[in-house]
Design a protein around this ligand. Structure first.
Ligand code: DUC
Ligand code: ZN
Ligand code: ZN
Length: 489
């Protein structure tokens, strides 16, 4: 008779705040004991051989089986997306249930569940994308959905089909503040981008590299500053997604120094790619096209500094997978202009290895920071901690045995997504997840998948601490109530 379902022995267990040596016991999908020399017997025992054992990655920015604002379907469904995540050491994803205008949010959520339930092999929660904040959505659907565990939503300051006005953003922020949700913002100035793009196209400059010109840094910096100002007015916490450049990051840093609850996210493309990658013959550069675009080495240094000093809280993939064909990246084949290319790059599977190799191995961040940036901070920010994001007694048994010395050359054919290419082809990486455990199930081992379709579970998110207001709204809002106006929240 076994005492436990699984024991991993001889592990160097790393969490966001410590490293210990010992054994981990798992029972009924949860961590049952962590001891330096654990007695008892497991139905299955694994010798980690002194390797690191890290919390399973939590990727809080993923697009799976989602139709873009232009109507283009992602290349990964909930099977290929979650399999790819698992092989990269990620055991929880938070993709988007994306509302397009005219859609009921409740129906959108139902549709994404129908897509995910039979296919996902790892656990998942959902953020919402809100593009149509009607009185029905604001008054009924969102408050009810937040109570049901959808406690974060992304909004856009750009894209014709998704963009919200500042007025609408204030409505959403006030609602999130009142109901306990966190708003995630895509911060780029729409009119700056449109104006630049119009003049570039007008002059015949349509190649992919001009995407990085149209999406100017100042467009990101201005919108970041404006988004933070809107959050300040109503005292609502906020997360700025996919941050790519120095001025926006510095604005975030200064907001945090003032004590504001504004969080920031960055992604592999902002440490691993530059705008030069888009400069390829014909339309090939579309494979490196994402928004905001990759910038230059100085911007990469600003991102590293912010990962190191804690200004940026999460390192997410922003996996937005499109094949390089007319159904994906280049809807008009080699006639596709940069305005028409599908926006986004894949990165689910290389997220942890790239950050480990470039960050931990090169001394830019510590191992503890790596764990926080790839797992713990995501779980905390979105109301999944301590069930996810750590290795602790009572938490879900989601962890990864990590071979810090494994040398890997990234090749798309060795990855598990359905994209057909990787923007990191040929890159040398040191460090790779070798065994991946999700709720006590060994789902990746010896390069093979051992998880059934549909074995992943939906995770309702709690209202996170990150969404709690500071109690410091703008003086004018406070004055309103002093002068007898009805409180706004
Ligand atoms: N924003 C994202 O979050 N992902 C892909 C493209 C975009 O604009
Ligand atoms: Zn975005
Ligand atoms: Zn995204």
């Amino acid at each position: 008779m076994s005492d436990y379902d699984l024991i991993v022995r001889n592990a160097r267990i790393v969490t966001e705040d410590r490293q210990t040596e010992g054994d981990i016991a798992v029972k009924d999908g949860r961590i049952a004991a962590i001891e330096s020399d654990l007695g008892g017997k497991g139905s299955r025992e694994i010798d980690a051989g002194g390797k690191f054992v890290l919390p399973g990655g939590v990727d809080s920015h993923v697009h799976v089986e989602q139709r873009s604002g232009f109507g283009i379907m992602c290349a990964d469904d909930f099977y290929s997306g979650t399999v790819s995540a698992a092989f990269g050491g990620t055991t929880t994803i938070i993709p988007f249930a994306a509302q397009h205008r005219g859609m009921s949010l409740r129906k959108v959520v139902q549709d994404y569940h129908e897509a995910a339930t039979p296919k996902a092999v790892i656990d998942y929660a959902f953020h919402l994308i809100v593009s149509d904040p009607t009185p029905q959505a604001l008054g009924q659907e969102l408050p009810a959905l937040i109570k049901d565990g959808y406690t974060s939503f992304k909004i856009y300051m750009t894209y014709d089909a998704l963009k919200l006005s500042d007025y609408q953003i204030l409505d959403i922020l006030a609602l999130a503040r009142r109901e306990g949700a966190l708003v995630m913002v895509h911060a780029e100035n729409h009119d700056m981008i449109q104006w630049l793009a119009h003049h570039l196209v007008d002059q015949g400059h349509v190649a992919p590299k001009f995407h990085a010109i149209a999406h100017a840094r100042i467009a990101e910096a201005e919108a970041t500053n404006r988004a933070i100002s809107l959050a300040r007015l109503v005292d609502a916490p906020m997360l700025i997604v996919h941050m790519s450049e120095a001025e926006a990051i510095e604005t975030l840093r200064q907001a945090q120094k003032k004590g504001l609850k504004i969080f920031g996210e960055t992604c592999p493309q902002y440490i691993g790619l530059t705008a030069d990658d888009l400069d390829k013959p014909g339309v090939e550069g579309a494979m490196w096209c994402c928004s905001p675009p990759p910038r230059d080495s100085a911007a990469q240094e600003a991102v590293w500094a912010a990962l190191k000093d804690g200004t940026l809280h999460t390192f997410s993939s922003d996996h937005a997978p499109y094949q390089f064909n007319e159904k994906g990246k280049i809807p008009k084949g080699d006639k596709t202009t940069f305005k028409e290319m599908a926006n986004g790059v894949p990165g689910l599977e290389i997220r942890l290895p790239l950050l480990f190799s470039e960050g931990v191995q090169k001394g830019r961040i510590s191992l503890q920071q790596f764990v926080a940036l790839t797992s713990t901070n995501h779980a905390r920010l979105y109301g999944l901690y301590p069930r996810k994001g750590t290795i602790a007694v009572g938490s879900d048994a989601d962890f990864v045995i990590w071979d810090a010395n494994r040398d890997v050359t990234i090749r798309w054919q060795d990855l598990h997504d359905n994209v057909g290419y990787t923007p990191y082809e040929g890159r040398q990486i040191k460090g790779w997840p070798v065994t991946v455990v999700s709720r006590g199930r060994v789902i990746v081992e010896d390069g093979k998948l051992h998880a059934e379709r549909g074995s992943g579970q939906f995770l309702p998110c709690a209202s996170p601490d990150s969404s709690k207001p500071l109690g410091r709204s703008a003086p004018e809002l406070q004055a309103m109530s002093r002068f007898g106006a009805k409180p706004l929240f």
